[in-house]
Design a protein around this ligand. Structure first.
Ligand code: MG
Length: 348
């Protein structure tokens, strides 16, 4: 598995078109320039970090720390355009690509040995630098979770490969929160079982883990013992049915999310019936008030046309990725990997 994550993506995008700000303390803020004092720091450059500025900090406070701060209002559309160019490049390799967020993806590299995997990583970094003008970090290992953690450990501008036998030593002593997907809810359950580090997960009975953390339990166990079997779940936008909508107001209340999700599921299901297709994948998108977003998806065992199945999978994904500290602005629901009911024309 190869995991790629762009380095300080939004700020780097801005520096592409504002070369005059290179080397300056720069923040990307959530509010328009004229209302900037009402917003917070979405992301900032390393130069701004040196003053103690960080994501989530009120702009007013950031200016107190650094008078020469350069302010740019977040431009989501532009970042999505740059992201699309990067993903077109990634998909050009003809391998399965799972998009995790605007600037993160897992790529299936099955069949490549360690040397070839490293060469591919090197080539990707070179091409993204040359063709898009941005830096990224790549982690290569077995399974998505481990590869993402390796990527995290190699930032910024890194390329790191972790061999199978190096995984357990790499994980030893790391906090459970470092496992991607372990949110506050799963973490508190694990803590109540006396589990605070990843290696401890491996010594707990799988049944007990599953009881506490649901279907994630078995996966957690595999990760902890260095046997992460997670595979790329590709979603093709063209072959999907999706709906997304902005919530009435930004919320940290999950019941608001569920209420909106019910409406979106209803609409997606309406399209599924109208087009008379089956789906195998269900996905959600969560956009936060700082304009970042995540996408998560699950592949079902069989093709389905059930509304209840869209609803229950979407709800699970929202629940698992909910973070009460991050207000949500907009959500989306989709089904993908579609197939015609007749079975004659497979769409995916
Ligand atoms: Mg990134």
């Amino acid at each position: 598995m190869l995991y790629i994550d762009m380095d300080s993506f939004f700020a780097s995008c801005e520096l592409l078109r504002h070369k005059e700000y290179i080397g300056k303390p720069l923040v990307i803020g959530t509010s328009e320039e004229k209302d900037k004092d009402r917003g917070v720091v979405q992301t900032c450059t390393y130069e701004a970090r040196k003053f103690g500025i960080k994501s989530g900090m009120p702009i007013v406070q950031a200016y107190k720390l650094c008078k020469e701060l350069v302010y740019i209002a977040s431009d989501e559309k532009y970042y999505e355009d740059v992201s699309e160019r990067i993903f077109a490049l990634l998909r050009g390799y003809g391998r399965q690509v799972e998009q995790y967020s605007i600037d993160e993806a897992a790529i299936d590299i099955e069949g490549l040995d360690y040397n070839n995997a490293l060469s591919m990583g090197k080539e990707l970094k070179g091409r993204i630098a040359e063709e898009v003008g941005l830096k990224c970090t790549i982690g290569i290992s077995h399974g998505k979770y481990i590869a993402k953690m390796v990527c995290e450990s190699a930032k910024p501008d890194g390329l790191k490969l972790l061999k199978k036998e190096e995984i357990v030593p790499f994980l030893a002593g790391k906090a459970i929160e470092e496992i991607p997907g372990v949110g506050p809810k799963t973490a508190s359950k694990l803590h109540s079982m006396g589990i605070d580090t990843i290696d401890k997960i491996g010594s707990v009975d799988v049944q007990l883990l599953a009881k506490a953390t649901g279907s994630f339990g078995a996966e957690l166990h595999n990760i902890a013992v260095g046997d992460d079997r997670s595979k790329v779940v590709e979603s093709s936008e063209a072959l999907s049915i999706s709906r997304e909508r902005t919530l009435e107001k930004n919320t940290t209340n999950i019941s608001d999310v569920y209420a909106m999700a019910d409406k979106l599921v209803e609409e997606v299901y309406g399209d599924v019936k109208k087009k008379n297709v089956l789906f195998k994948g269900v996905g959600v998108k969560i956009k936060y008030d700082d304009f970042t977003y995540v996408t998560r998806s699950t592949l079902l065992k069989n093709y389905s046309q059930s509304k209840e199945q869209i609803a229950s999978v979407a709800k699970k994904l929202f629940e698992k990725n909910f973070d009460a500290k991050k207000p949500i602005r907009k959500i989306g629901v989709k089904v993908y990997s579609l197939s015609k009911v007749s079975g004659q024309r497979r769409l995916a």
